[in-house]
Design a protein around this ligand. Structure first.
Ligand code: BG6
Length: 484
């Protein structure tokens, strides 16, 4: 008998800016990712204030899902998806972010997607903001640093609830909201303009003035307020709506049993997860958040009424991405990237992907238990997967047994977590169809079970091909996780 509950939501996940393309189609405005160049594992993505005609921007065409979504959704249906996590691109509905009425063509586009999903019997899980922040609001108001952005977001969310609420019942407010604490440049996560440009587009370290850091923290606070307002609005509009937070899973171990390492890991776990989780699930900043803010000399500029809003706008479930784990040490040590958001010490027991992200299936079980025991809210794994350089064979097959191994091992640990008592709603693997990497802007870093013929330089037919993992995942879903 399967250990996964009946109705478990198996599926895949994408983000509009990483798959749609059509960056100016039908009146779409410019989003932050549209300003970011391509990079590689060793060359960072860059940001220039003006979009330059001599530079290739990967989001502008991406995998052209804007024109191919019907065929792509059929492939998801063929795999047996129960759920598809996608984001709505804010700038398709409100091109500048601050209009009072939405763009009808943008509204119609997502309507058509949701109708197609319904026809396939696939439940949509919608992220309202997956790094798709309107660039106009960065230039005009310094992004989330300005509280007027809160009203714009609430208006946008209300439009989505009104237009699609008959089909969409599961919503997430912000993708990986904790990125706002870690991305020192700030643009990608909080829409806060960098201190200088051109600059590296995303960075988890480096020089930053105290004023800029404080602006980022305040911007994140404004996002919390916006999220809580939207949660309240959603509950008032439709009692069937379920709203989740989405936090980048930052699973941290102490490097050794040295008490200094234990304390370092505890602080990293807190900063990486609970700083945001406590606000969104419990409705208030936790005790350690206050110490962190004090040490970093940050004044959040909390306005009268904010605390009440946060208290009343707590989420219904906790969703997260999980790719890797990380080690913390109290001793000064050269840090290196070990995951999507993590910079820490290398775990000698674990191997890493070609992009240096450690592979730790058991960490997923540990992490699920940590979250569930802290919050007692249902969990949803909305991103997990292996970024790898796949090879399209002459006969158009792709033999990605490494991806199958990665996913199988993580699913085995999910089953263990369920046995431990964790309430798990579903699993949507990341980039179920190959798409542009957020971190590096590459096509080469592929996560999909559907191969897309597109290369880092933008060349390729954009044709889709089923990988070996496609057939394997179909079998997993059909057996509700029994046949791994
Ligand atoms: C998560 C993001 O951090 O990781 C996705 O929510 C992203 O947008 C995914 O694509 C994988 O990261 P990357 O850098 O390999 O694309």
């Amino acid at each position: 008998m399967s250990k996964f509950p009946k109705g478990f939501l198996w599926g895949g996940a994408t983000a509009a800016n990483q798959c749609e393309g059509g960056w100016q189609a039908d009146g779409k405005g410019i989003g932050v990712p549209d300003t970011m160049t391509g990079g590689t594992v060793s060359t960072p993505r860059m940001f220039y204030k003006e979009i330059r005609p001599d530079i290739y921007y990967p989001s502008h065409e991406s995998i052209d899902m804007y024109h191919r979504y019907l065929d792509d959704i059929k492939l998801f249906g063929e795999m047996g998806f129960k759920c598809y996590r996608l984001s709505i691109n804010w700038t398709r509905l409100f091109p500048n972010g601050d209009e009072l009425e939405p763009n009808p063509k943008g509204v119609a586009f997502y309507r058509s997607i949701f109708e197609a999903l319904k026809a396939e019997g696939i439940t949509p899980l919608v992220t309202l903001s997956h790094y798709e922040f309107p660039y106009n609001l960065c230039l005009k108001w310094n992004g989330w640093a300005d509280r007027r952005t809160i009203d714009c977001f609430v208006r946008y969310a209300e439009t989505c609830f009104k237009e699609y609420g008959d089909i969409v019942k599961l919503w997430l407010t912000f993708n990986e909201i904790n990125m706002g604490l870690m991305d020192h440049i700030g643009l990608f996560s909080t829409g806060v303009m960098p201190e200088q440009e051109p600059c590296v587009a995303i960075s988890f370290g480096g020089e930053e003035s105290h004023a800029h850091k404080q602006t980022r923290y305040r911007a994140l606070h404004n996002q919390f307020v916006a999220s809580a307002k939207v949660v309240q609005l959603a509950h008032a509009m439709d009692p069937e709506f379920k709203i989740g937070c989405m936090i980048a899973g930052s699973c941290v171990y102490p490097l050794t049993c040295n008490p200094d390492d234990i304390l370092a890991a505890q602080r990293e776990m807190y900063k990486g997860n609970y700083y945001c989780g406590d606000v969104m699930v419990r409705g208030a900043y936790g005790a350690m958040a206050k110490r962190i803010l004090k040490e970093e000399q940050i004044d959040l500029d909390i306005q009268p009424g904010d605390e009440e809003i946060l208290k009343k706008g707590t989420v219904d479930f906790y969703s997260f991405s999980y790719y890797s784990s990380n080690c913390a040490t109290g001793a000064p040590q050269e840090a290196e990237a070990t995951g999507n958001l993590s910079v820490g010490a290398k775990n000698p027991y674990l191997k890493a992907s070609d992009w240096g992200w450690t592979i730790d299936p058991k960490g997923l079980r540990y992490y699920c238990n940590e979250l569930y025991n802290r919050y007692q809210k249902p969990l949803f794994i909305v991103e997990n997967g292996l970024g790898a350089a796949d090879v399209l064979e002459e006969d158009k097959s792709v033999h990605d047994s490494y991806r199958i191994d990665y996913m199988r091992q993580h699913m085995e640990q999910m089953a263990e977590a369920i046995e431990d008592g964790v309430e798990l709603m579903g699993y949507t693997c990341w980039g179920c169809i190959d798409l542009v990497s957020a971190g590096t802007g590459e096509m080469k870093k592929r996560y999909g079970m559907i191969y897309v013929d597109k290369n880092n330089d933008g060349s390729g037919t954009l044709d889709r091909y089923r990988k070996d993992s496609f057939y394997w995942y179909k079998k997993v879903i059909a057996s509700n996780g029994e046949d791994l």
